[in-house]
Design a protein. Structure first.
Length: 247
């Protein structure tokens, strides 16, 4: 949060052991770079200029030798999704896999292949459970169904900043960025990362929906399907951020 911007930034889970920084994951590193850029950017910046500027800023943290490698291997890039509210533009910008509520209206910007890959993981998990090759607790300890779809997730990343938008230091196709312009009526807005399977008007309701999902379908292979399970010892299947504000 700054005087002019509110943002939720969600670093992408690594699909490769390659690290741009030896001290932190690629997703976390990218998140921190975006945070720094937002804190310094001019208050009247447009959505297009933000996408260009943050792309340039992230790209500066690659060496020249890394650029050609990363062109062919997007799974090794610094990658994050981001949703931003601009006070002066009175707009919401959605770059990548994030979600929000503007009043009673729900918006998301999911990756195009995510649903199909999550369905494949669910099918694999159901087959393993039905055949007796796995148990729910076993899959929550070591998710073999997720391991089976890692090649699909890596393959899907070839569409990064082609079929869908993310912030990764490579040009962002603006046609894949969602921009919602608000009128001058008062609005209550909720921003959240995709760690909430159901987004609700309050944090308490969203957390309760998450707890209900964990209790009834900890593998996330039922009504709600994801590429990850609630692993044993964790209180969620993904990291999560939530903020509600009024404008």
């Amino acid at each position: 949060m700054t005087d002019d911007f509110i943002a939720v930034i969600d670093g992408s889970t690594s699909k490769s052991p390659t690290r741009i920084s030896r001290w932190k994951s690629n997703g976390r590193y990218c998140m921190q770079l975006i945070e720094t850029f937002i804190k310094k950017m001019p208050k009247d910046i447009t959505a297009g200029d933000f996408c260009q500027g943050v792309t340039t800023y992230v790209r500066k943290h690659y060496s020249q030798a890394q650029i050609s490698r990363l062109q062919a291997h997007p799974e090794e890039r610094l990658t994050a999704s981001c949703i931003v509210f601009s006070r002066l533009q009175r707009q919401v910008w959605m770059i990548g896999d994030c979600q929000c509520m503007i009043g009673d209206y729900y918006f998301d910007n999911a990756k195009p292949c995510e649903r199909q890959i999550a369905q494949r993981r669910a099918d694999i998990a159901h087959e393993m459970l039905a055949s007796g090759r796995a148990t729910i607790e076993g899959l929550r300890t070591e998710d073999a169904a997720r391991q089976a779809i890692i090649p699909d997730l890596v393959e899907a990343m070839k569409g990064q900043n082609v079929d869908y938008a993310v912030i990764d230091g490579f040009p962002i196709p603006m046609r894949k960025v969602k921009v919602e312009t608000l009128n001058f009526e008062p609005w209550t807005i909720v921003f959240a990362s995709d760690g909430y399977p159901v987004l609700k008007p309050t944090l308490q309701e969203s957390e309760e929906a998450l707890r209900q999902q964990q209790a009834t379908d900890p593998l996330n292979i039922g009504t709600f399907k994801a590429t990850k399970a609630f692993m044993l010892g964790n209180n969620s299947f993904d990291d999560r951020s939530y903020i509600r504000f009024k404008v």
